[in-house]
Design a protein around this ligand. Structure first.
Ligand code: NCD
Length: 312
């Protein structure tokens, strides 16, 4: 690993916080750990260390993959699985909760419905805090596992034509992913209904970095122009007006017909859960990589936990 990169004690909060050297180092450590796990079920890199997972919003993959990652590294986990079961239900602030858990654990993973909440937790805690999703804000560990998957599926990261499709307004995975990918000179095509466009601030920020960004409502354009489609769920829980959700739900669907119409192989990723935007018939398509993407989450989160705890 490059001598310059040291994530010990660092928080992981935002897709824009990484240098390219750091991303490369994280991907390399993930790959090393994936290899080390080929012949054994677990390692002892984080033996004696304790991870606390604080989930104030629903989660299947993010929480379980962090917990699996910690267990595979020989560490242990304490978990607060719902807001209702914690003192948040009594009105405790995120900062006080983080300060409390800081007394118990060596590293904290937090998901919360409010933008900026992970930063508040990180400011209150002395141990590293990893943002597992702050409302419609950021989801940086997902971005890293997405990039690890792209590298494995396509064989490179530089100069890719990438379509991001669906709820670009509320999707925190895409907000984080474009930040990290912008280190690799991509060409982005943002595909969304007009009401769910990528926030203007993110687009401006990308253009300022010299990234080529275009926008369309037309999914067909993505299949003809891009190497990769990153599909997302319309984020129902972020709509204040349910009639607006009803208007845009089901806007894009990748189904067997769509796959049959492809003229070249396309890699399809999705952070999951899917609702109806990718039909199950597509799962057997060679480019459908979303369940491999799920598995990669464990290796990337192992890398992050080891690195922020100074063990890699
Ligand atoms: C995503 C999330 O929670 O932001 N899921 C995940 O972490 N894999 C995407 C979503 O909920 O649509």
């Amino acid at each position: 690993m490059s001598g310059k990169v040291d994530l010990k004690g660092k928080d992981i909060l935002h897709g824009n916080q990484f240098s390219k050297e750091e991303v490369v180092a994280i991907l390399n450590v993930a790959s090393e750990l994936e290899n080390e796990l080929k012949n054994r079920n677990s390692l002892d890199i984080l033996k004696g260390k304790l991870l606390a997972t604080l989930f104030f919003e629903p989660s299947t993959r993010t929480r379980l993959s962090f917990e699996a990652a910690m267990a595979r590294l020989g560490g242990s986990v304490i978990s607060m699985a719902s807001a209702e079961s914690s003192s948040a239900a009594k009105g405790e602030t995120v900062a006080d909760t983080a300060r409390t858990v800081d007394q118990y654990a060596d590293v904290i993973v937090i998901r919360h419905p409010r933008i900026g909440s992970a930063k508040e937790a990180a400011d209150a805690a002395t141990v590293p805090v990893l943002n597992a999703g702050d409302g419609a804000g950021q989801h940086p560990t997902q971005a890293l596992l997405d990039i690890y998957t792209i590298q494995k599926e396509i064989g490179r990261l530089d100069n890719l034509n990438i379509a991001l499709v669906g709820d670009l307004k509320n999707g925190r995975t895409v907000h984080a992913l474009v930040e990290v990918l912008s280190l690799y000179k991509p060409k982005f095509l943002f595909v969304s209904p007009a009401v769910l466009r990528m926030p203007e601030e993110i687009i401006l920020n990308l253009r300022n970095k010299g990234i080529d960004v275009s926008e369309t409502e037309d999914l067909k354009k993505a299949s003809s122009e891009c190497d990769l489609i990153y599909m997302t769920r319309i984020q129902k829980e972020r709509f204040s007006d349910m009639s607006e959700y009803e208007r845009v739900k089901g806007f894009y669907v990748i189904n067997d017909d769509f796959i049959r119409g492809l003229t070249k192989k396309l890699v399809i990723l999705h952070p999951l859960p899917r609702v109806d935007e990718i039909s199950t018939g597509v799962d057997s398509y060679a480019g459908a990589a979303y369940f491999r993407q799920v598995r990669n989450g464990v290796f990337v989160r192992m890398a992050l936990l080891s690195m922020v705890l100074g063990k890699r």
